[in-house]
Design a protein around this ligand. Structure first.
Ligand code: SAM
Length: 320
């Protein structure tokens, strides 16, 4: 069946028997959440900052959007001080079914709560929001169509006026054959999160590219069983594309954000105290087990802030 990439991704990932409704993400790729509980420790640090900013409200939201298997919420709850834990209202927003054995305190929902008073976090969610691909021809941009069985591509109609405007503003195509990924659906998804923030912070974390350095041929990628594969939208693999987080930021501002920080995971986690520094050698003599624990922790932090790996992810933080 020939579809635009957006329709093909929607069907392959979230349609009946789609990849995400059938598969568990951790079997196919590693995220910061699955790499180390140190990531949840940092999110707890953020949550405490937001709590202080809001003056310690009786109910504080933690909303994990695109929660996968719910691991981030589980780890944050485990690490939270009991007094904070009892004020937390934790929602995991996910299209796939609730995993067995999840703590009762975590609400599992297919939609973002209408009112959020606290922290909303979306780690590697936006890159899975389906989007169209356009290719530059001598007659201007055309949408790319894909055969859902084989991944073969051909050119379709020119993009509509809204998509053209998005391209002109966020991903201008000049060279013949250059391709762009039309981020409008991600902007809308992010704006809808920010619009639900009553007060607090919303954070999106993803592979990102800025308007002055978009990849000439796009970033559509498939993942299956831990390996990169050709992105064929047949439901057998994850399909992702990096995120124009700068465009999402502007959409968030239109939706009511009053402050925006666009940085990297490395900078954001270092500001939260993750350094990846090895423990002092004397500790090995005084407390060998403690030394080994600290060493393991340093190596996990190192992976999370590695500028050539997870540390290179974009962090978009907006407040209301
Ligand atoms: C790459 S996984 C990330 C999982 C987790 N956040 C992590 O970091 O390990 C993206 C998840 O977003 C979910 N997702 C995508 N679109 C969604 C939507 N509109 N509403 C809720 N969940 C969605 C997918 O089902 C998938 O589990």
């Amino acid at each position: 069946m020939w579809l635009t990439w957006r329709a093909a991704m929607e069907r392959a990932l979230y349609g009946e028997d789609g990849f995400y409704l059938r598969e568990r993400p951790s079997g196919h790729f590693r995220t910061s959440v699955s790499a180390s509980p140190a990531f949840a420790g940092a999110v707890l640090g953020l949550l405490m900052e937001v709590d202080a900013e809001l003056g310690g409200p009786p109910v504080l939201d933690l909303v994990d959007i695109g929660a996968g298997e719910g691991l981030l919420a589980v780890h944050v709850l485990e690490a939270a001080d009991p007094k904070l834990r009892e004020r937390l209202r934790v929602t995991a927003v996910e299209l796939s079914p609730r995993p067995a054995g999840l703590p009762e305190q975590i609400t599992w929902s297919a939609t973002v709560p209408p009112r959020i008073h606290g922290l909303a976090i979306a780690n590697e969610w936006l890159d899975n929001i389906p989007l169209d691909v356009a290719e530059q021809t001598s007659d201007g941009p055309r949408l790319v169509m894909v055969d859902t069985r084989t991944g073969e591509e051909r050119l379709g109609d020119p993009p509509g006026p809204a998509e053209r405007a998005w391209l002109d503003r966020w991903w201008p195509l000049t060279a013949l054959g250059a391709r762009a990924e039309l981020g409008g659906p991600r902007d809308a998804a992010w704006a809808s999160v920010v619009s639900r923030l009553v007060r607090g912070r919303a954070i999106a974390i993803d592979y990102a590219h800025p308007v002055d350095n978009r990849p000439a041929h796009g970033t559509l990628t498939g993942y299956r069983d831990g390996s990169v594969v050709t992105p064929i939208p047949d439901g057998t693999c994850d399909i992702t594309a990096h995120v124009a987080l700068d465009a999402c930021a502007e959409a968030g501002e239109r939706a009511g954000a009053i402050s925006t920080t666009l940085s990297t995971q490395r900078a954001a986690l270092r500001a939260l105290g993750l350094t990846g520094s090895r423990p002092p050698l004397e500790l090995a003599r005084q407390d060998p087990h403690g030394y080994l624990r600290a060493l393991a922790r340093a190596s996990q932090e190192g992976e999370l802030i590695d500028p050539n790996g997870l540390g290179g992810f974009g962090w978009l933080a907006q407040t209301r």
